[in-house]
Unconditional design. Structure first.
Length: 112
């Protein structure tokens, strides 16, 4: 855990979140600034800053992908988008790797 990381504080219970999935390796919770009717963040409980760091840890990467699948199944999502932002120029604002799961409306490409 990283002491000043918002998502590490959510994992530890220091900061509350509306949790939609919790297992031994990942935590998923509703985004506080949703971009779609369903907007869930799926994070590993282990602190990794971004997807580049996640790529060095195949077990955690697999758990994160499984967590995305679990969120989709538990939420009854048939169509959804999964997004990873890496770095500030890509829109990453919390530097703890996380997958955005977006659904509930037509998600056109490119995003607008």
């Amino acid at each position: 855990m990283v002491a000043d990381c918002l998502f590490c504080k959510i994992v530890s219970g220091e900061i509350g979140a509306k949790v939609v999935h919790d297992d031994d390796r990942v935590l998923a919770f509703e985004d506080v600034n949703p971009k779609a009717p369903t907007h869930v963040l799926v994070i590993p409980k282990k602190h990794l800053a971004n997807i580049s760091e996640l790529g060095t840890d195949p077990e955690t990467a697999a758990a994160l992908v499984a967590g995305v699948g679990a969120v989709a199944a538990e939420s009854g999502l048939e169509s959804f988008r999964t997004v990873f932002n890496t770095g500030p120029d890509a829109g990453q604002t919390v530097f703890h790797v996380h997958a955005h799961v977006l659904a509930g409306r037509s998600l056109t490409w490119p995003p607008g």
